[in-house]
Ligand binder design. Structure first.
Ligand code: KG4
Ligand code: ZN
Length: 346
């Protein structure tokens, strides 16, 4: 079976082809990605209308590129999966529209995938995939969640952020420090030159009994400190502030993940989403894992941030389990706000 995956929920256009058969788990045949970062940089963030228009421009050439890299004819595509939500409505509509038109033309099923399901299944494309059940730490630009995952489509929310997501905290603090967009990787690079102990920043909810997160207070603390210190661009204090910010976010994520593993009694942790690319987070989770005899799984680095491979993979894993979409007329919708807990299994 060949599953074509299309991701267009935000500022990356991703297309990929994943194949599987009765003997072999889904494997990535080819993928192509176009990042819109350069286009949005001048605005300091994603401009939804520009994002949608760019997805329109990129999707067909990227699809042709993927099919040709995989030496796969269009007619050999068995299922087209696409991101149905959550994300920017206009951007999602472009991917959903193209996926359903392609599926209709081919007479093949179109499968709407939850973007976060794609993220949390993405480590299954790694050389050393996890086994169910596991605890998942989903850390992206819009979401910070801990889930108990018993199988594809079986997700139990253990805790989530009550305000900003971890990626959002990285992005907003980076903006405060004047180090541009996207903030996460830029802040991590600057932090590498700083002293995390130079400032003691708050770690909101770290010791609360729930598995919920909160990052808004940290963002405000960084803003106030920056305002008080008034550093000029290039001042070494900026690197110290970045390092202290990163340490605070990572401390909370590691501590809550450890508590979640303890509470549900599992010894496998899967980390997914853009912030999962952060090397301090990986280092600290690995240390915690070694101490608690927990296996920590990550997607390959290029599959941490948004991509088409995770959407093709989630489609393939659903098809493998017999979740067949019943949609003979190819009517489609998108769900800009959609909780993973509300996902349907049909
Ligand atoms: O999963 P993703 O690509 O998109 C969403 O679904 O949101 O995550 C993007 C988020 C952004 O907030 C970005 O700043 C953050 O992931 N990010 C990082 C790193 N790479 C990406 N945050 C910290 N360190 C990184 N190396
Ligand atoms: Zn994402």
């Amino acid at each position: 079976m060949n599953v074509l995956g299309i991701e267009s929920s935000c500022d990356e256009t991703g297309v990929a082809l994943v194949s599987f058969d009765a003997m072999q788990a889904p494997r990535l045949r080819a993928q192509a990605l176009h990042s819109q970062i350069d286009m949005h940089r001048g605005f300091g963030g994603v401009v939804p209308e520009l994002a949608s228009r760019d997805h329109i421009r990129r999707l067909l050439p990227l699809t042709q590129e993927v099919l040709s890299a995989a030496s796969c004819e269009l007619g050999q595509v068995d299922v087209v999966s696409f991101t149905r939500g959550p994300g920017l409505a206009g951007a999602l509509l472009v991917g959903a529209g193209m996926a359903c038109a392609l599926a209709a033309a081919l007479g093949r099923p179109a499968l709407g995938i939850h973007h976060l399901e794609g993220h949390l299944l993405s480590p299954f494309l790694a050389d050393d995939p996890p086994q169910f059940p596991f605890v998942a730490l989903l850390v992206s630009g819009g979401h910070t969640q801990l889930m108990r995952v018993s199988d594809v489509g079986r997700y139990e929310l253990l805790g989530e952020t009550v305000d900003d997501a971890a990626g959002e905290a990285f992005d907003k603090c980076a903006k405060t420090l004047g180090i541009g967009y996207p903030g996460g990787p830029a802040l991590a690079r600057l932090a590498a030159r700083g002293d995390a102990k130079a400032f003691q920043l708050p770690r909101p909810l770290m010791h609360s009994p729930t598995l919920d997160f909160s990052f808004a207070g940290l963002k405000t603390a960084v803003w106030s400190l920056h305002r008080k210190l008034g550093p000029l661009p290039g001042d070494p204090v900026l690197a110290d502030l970045a390092a202290a910010t990163q340490a605070a976010i990572v401390d909370v994520l590691v501590s809550k993940s450890e508590r979640a593993l303890q509470e549900v009694g599992l010894n496998r942790l899967v980390v997914a989403g853009g912030v999962g690319a952060n090397s301090l987070l990986r280092e600290r989770l690995n240390t915690m894992g070694a101490r608690r005899r927990v296996r920590v799984h990550y997607p390959d680095l290029d599959l941490c941030t948004d991509n088409g491979a995770m959407i093709a993979l989630a489609g393939a894993m659903r098809v493998q389990r017999g979740f067949a979409p019943q949609n003979p007329h190819y009517a489609f919708d998108v769900l800009p706000r959609w909780s993973l807990a509300d996902i349907d299994l049909s």
